[in-house]
Design a protein around this ligand. Structure first.
Ligand code: PLP
Length: 411
């Protein structure tokens, strides 16, 4: 497939629609072909042996049919090419989920003898758990961004940050963090911002990770993950993916490529609604604090004075569910669901208060969303009468979360 970008630079919205599809017209096609093959016939076993040897030695994508679908898939490869272009990366490697993608990165570094990871909380709950429990034989040191440089050791293989972070939406200065990483690769989880709002590789990150399940897919019907990086790291990731088997299903690759084509418009529309909801929540007496990134985006987090569980029980239009990035709005209570697996003390010290709710704003009309939120807040008995100051742990403030107190009395 010809994946060369045009010599004239194209806008992200144009790339989102055309990247990974440049060869279609010459093939006499308009829609992307979906290749569901698990195996690929060949009468030339010597030739196949050479292709397998080549992959084992280099990790480069096989030329021609991929021998076996755990090595590569042409539909998924189109998604990978497109995402790499959107992130400004040399390559991208797709996985069965965001967690499979993170696992592969950790295994690549650990297999080079670099088992130590430096990470900044909060991270998505399961990413935190994977590191903290040492499930892959890695060891983690948790630090604030200012502590990264001092935490790096001779066996540090990776620095991991999320920005905006799940679930507090705390932001990190990627350029500054990249400088303090020195030669150690920096991985930025860009799930919340997407390349529409932020391209961490331009700021010095070496790897960008997405839970593609979220905004890249955009419709709540695909589980996937992807890492955008240089070709050298991509080769190592493909070898780990082949050996461990965390491949993306080709139908998921097809849906993710389709999702990318509307990513810029979805992100812009949902972000406009999220900014408006954040503004309204920030002056609502039932709300103690609103977290909304300076960068913008379609996620809003807020702390209520009343019972957060009752807000979850009170929504009717907004779906009370974990995950995010779909066309429809979702709300969840991180301390109960997305970050339940993180120990209570670690949760709290990274700013994940028990009163925090995390909302993924979709494409519904903002007035309908506001009405639903308002009714849920009222039903929760989140009355101003029970207003009490909510303590915000220092790290959330230090990390630059846009923390706005909602009501003069609460300031
Ligand atoms: N990274 C972030 C920021 C997430 O929110 C999630 C899931 O919610 C993941 C990674 C893991 O992705 P997946 O659920 O696709 O495995």
């Amino acid at each position: 497939m010809n994946t060369d970008a045009s010599t004239t630079p194209r806008a992200l919205a144009t790339e989102a629609v055309h990247a990974g599809r440049e060869d279609l017209a010459a093939l006499g096609l308009h829609a992307v072909p979906l290749d569901l093959s698990t195996t690929y016939p060949s009468y030339d076993s010597r030739g196949e042996a050479a292709r397998i040897d080549e992959f084992a030695a280099t990790g480069a994508r096989p030329q021609g049919p991929p021998v076996y679908s755990r090595l590569d898939n042409p539909t998924t490869a189109r998604f990978e090419d497109a995402l790499a272009r959107l992130e400004g990366a040399g390559s991208a490697v797709a996985f069965a989920s965001g967690m499979a993608a993170l696992t592969a990165v950790l295994l690549v570094r650990a297999s080079a003898g670099l088992r130590h990871v430096v990470a900044v909380r909060p991270l998505y709950g399961c990413s935190d758990h994977l590191l903290n429990a040492g499930l892959l034989g890695t060891e983690v040191t948790w630090v604030d961004p200012a502590g990264i440089e001092d935490a790096i050791r001779s066996d540090t293989g990776l620095v991991i940050v999320e920005t905006p972070a799940n679930p507090t939406l705390a932001e990190i200065d990627v350029r500054a963090v990249a400088r303090s990483c020195g030669a150690v690769p920096l991985l930025v989880d860009n799930t919340f911002a997407t390349p529409v709002l932020q391209r961490p590789l331009e700021d010095g990150a070496r790897l960008v990770l997405h839970s593609a399940t979220k905004y890249l897919g955009g419709h709540g019907d695909v589980l996937g993950g992807v890492v955008a990086c240089d070709e050298e790291l991509a080769r190592a990731l493909r070898q780990v993916r082949f050996a461990t088997g965390g491949v993306l299903h080709p139908l998921a690759g097809y849906l993710l490529l389709r999702g990318l084509s509307t990513l810029p418009v979805r992100m812009r529309a949902a972000s406009a609604s999220a900014a408006e909801l954040a503004r309204r929540l920030s002056v609502d007496p039932r709300v103690a604090r609103v977290h909304y990134p300076k960068l913008g985006g379609a996620m809003v987090a807020f702390e209520v004075y009343g019972d957060p569980h009752a807000v979850i029980g009170g929504v009717r239009l907004i779906t009370p569910a974990v995950s995010l990035g779909s066309v429809d709005s979702l709300i969840q209570h991180p301390a109960s669901i997305s970050h339940r697996i993180v120990a209570e003390g670690d949760r709290r010290s990274s700013g994940v208060s028990d009163r925090l709710l995390r909302m993924s704003v979709g494409l519904e009309d903002v007035e309908d969303l506001w009405r639903d939120l308002c009714e849920a807040l009222s039903a929760a008995g989140a009355a101003a009468a029970v207003r009490q100051p909510v303590s915000v742990p220092a790290p959330a403030r230090e990390r630059g979360a846009d923390v706005r107190l909602s009501h003069p009395a609460a300031r």
